[in-house]
Ligand binder design. Structure first.
Ligand code: XMP
Length: 515
């Protein structure tokens, strides 16, 4: 890709954030393991290099392998944290250890408001996020100190003539409020990269690519779940090949209240007009789930039946050559890779196994996109906001939120309670800022009193979490009034529920779903 930035990953938990921030500047960025040799990469469009942070120490015996040729390519280079230490050592500087470890917020004082710090004042203090044990003690040859902090007298350095910069802190995290300006200075000013990455360009080139891949004949299928990724992928492919895209929406009977009708109505509406076929397989899923309480068994059954149903339906469509999947960039980045290119690549778990089984080729238009970019693409394709801003929903659906056996009656209790919770979360204006909010039906009964009578009924747990990617999560401190309303409405309106509890577990140690 022309005009791009290459991020070399030394294993920091923030590496993906660096790539996302660069893309927010309108510049395409990709991540490669730090062990990648430069000659194995097509560098023709690469205009700058960023070396990420990482958990190691440069002097560790098992420090990640890094090919020094990278620094001889003449590309403008920015080292972040570990990247700074590496550049310093390789360019003749020295590291010190121990005494001035810094973790968390620090005040960075600018010595030189040029290059990386264009737009700052000399002597100005700005908050940054530090996380380092080692620090640069002796400057590498040809470098000057550009900024310092109390714990790091050499917190930012630069060699203007070589266009090499290095910083001890993390500009990519929100805890460094002006980090984006610094990255922008490096990418757009120092490296002079032209910002050519935008949803519109992406859409145009993807449509062409899909047309070329599929050819003039042949049909394509797509499993729609109602989630953001598969919806936007279907709309994009639909733009490319029209009614030769067949979307299959398997209603497994495990969706939320009114969800199946709502999704179909929106996706089949004029403007989007996808060719969607709904397959009502609820009774098949429920009869196979009868009597099953083990979470893993439930998941396996649901996965298996989904594949069976999908395959049966797909076989009714003639000349199918490709399957669309909403795989995202984080699913395909070779993860950490610090100790060698031993890539663990995550597989897409919802339709896993389908392409091989059905002998289909894959179309994955979002293999290079982050989730927020998929949302922007969706907006540009006029996908309704309700579909784009939807909170994630697990493939096995409400089966993993009805703890214990999944029955029609227990699903009804959960659906009704969940709908009330969602309605109130939306009314409070919180829906879009929360990663997921949902109700869980617990496998217990407890005693209560309503009116003059004793009750002995079921309990609902409320769960709401903030998260960036579902890998870690924090529980949401929901307003007390909202909780009060939700609790009283569920107990009054959902016959069969007499107790509401609140889940205040982060991930880790909890998972987001209860099963
Ligand atoms: P956990 O419960 O593992 O969930 O913390 C992390 C995120 O993944 C979602 N989830 C799934 N998504 N198929 C999916 O597509 C699944 O089988 C599945 N299980 C969990 C969950 O809702 C959360 O966002």
């Amino acid at each position: 890709m022309d005009n791009s930035v290459l991020v070399l990953d030394f294993g920091s938990q923030y590496t993906q954030l660096i790539a996302r921030r660069v893309r927010e500047l309108g510049v395409y960025s990709q991540i490669k393991p730090c062990t990648t040799p430069p000659h194995s990469v097509d560098l023709s469009g690469v205009k700058a290099l960023i070396l990420s942070g990482g958990p190691s120490s440069v002097s560790d015996a098992d420090a990640p392998q890094f090919d020094q040729e990278w620094l001889k390519l003449g590309l403008p280079t920015l080292g972040v944290c570990y990247g700074m230490q590496l550049i310093s050592v390789l360019c003749g500087g020295k590291l010190g250890q121990g005494v001035s470890r810094e973790y968390g917020f620090a005040a960075l004082e600018i010595n030189d408001p040029s290059g990386l710090f264009e737009g700052f004042e000399r002597g100005e203090k700005t908050t940054v996020w530090m996380s380092h044990g080692d620090h640069v003690e002796e400057l590498p040859r040809g470098f000057r100190v550009l900024a310092h902090s109390a714990g790091a007298p050499i917190a930012a350095i630069g060699n203007e003539s070589k266009r090499m910069y290095a910083i001890q802190f993390h500009p990519e995290v929100v805890h460094t409020p002006r980090g984006k300006e610094m990255l922008s200075n490096f990418v757009l000013r120092v490296a002079g990269v032209t910002p050519t990455w935008s949803p519109a360009n992406f859409i145009e080139s993807s449509i062409e690519h899909v047309r070329a891949t599929v050819g003039e004949t042949g049909n394509v299928i797509c499993g729609l779940s109602g989630g953001v990724d598969s919806t936007v992928a279907a709309v994009l492919v639909g733009k490319a090949i029209g009614s030769r895209l067949y979307c299959l929406f398997v209603d497994n009977g495990l969706l939320r209240k009114g969800e199946s009708d709502q999704v179909l109505e929106k996706l089949g509406a004029p403007g989007i007009g996808l060719n969607v076929r709904r397959i009502d397989a609820a009774s098949r899923f429920l009869s196979e789930l009868k009597g099953v309480t083990d979470p893993e068994k439930k998941r396996k059954i649901i996965g298996r039946i989904f594949i069976e149903v999908f395959e049966e339906e797909a076989q009714k469509i003639p000349r199918v050559s490709h399957l669309v999947q909403g795989t995202l960039y984080p699913d395909v980045i070779e993860s950490v890779s610090v100790r060698g290119p031993s890539a663990t690549i995550k597989t897409h778990h919802n339709v896993g196994g389908l392409p091989e089984k059905m002998n289909l080729k894959l179309i994955e238009p979002f293999r290079e996109l982050f989730k927020d970019e998929v949302r922007r693409v969706g907006r540009d394709l006029s996908v309704p906001q309700e579909l784009i801003s939807r909170q994630p929903f697990p493939g096995p659906g409400l089966a993993v939120r009805v703890l214990g056996e999944v029955t029609d009656e227990r699903l009804r209790l959960l659906r009704d309670a969940d709908a009330i919770f969602m309605e109130e979360v939306r009314a409070e204006g919180l829906y879009e800022s929360i990663w997921q909010s949902f109700a869980v039906l617990l496998p217990i009964k407890s005693v209560g009193v309503m009116g003059d009578g004793r009750t002995y009924e079921q309990a609902i747990a409320l769960r709401a979490v903030y998260s960036e990617d579902g890998m870690t999560a924090d529980w949401v401190y929901l307003p007390q009034d909202l909780l009060r309303r939700v609790s009283s409405r569920i107990i009054n309106e959902v016959k069969g529920i007499n107790r509401i509890v609140l889940d205040i577990t982060s991930k880790p140690p909890g998972t987001i779903e209860w099963e």
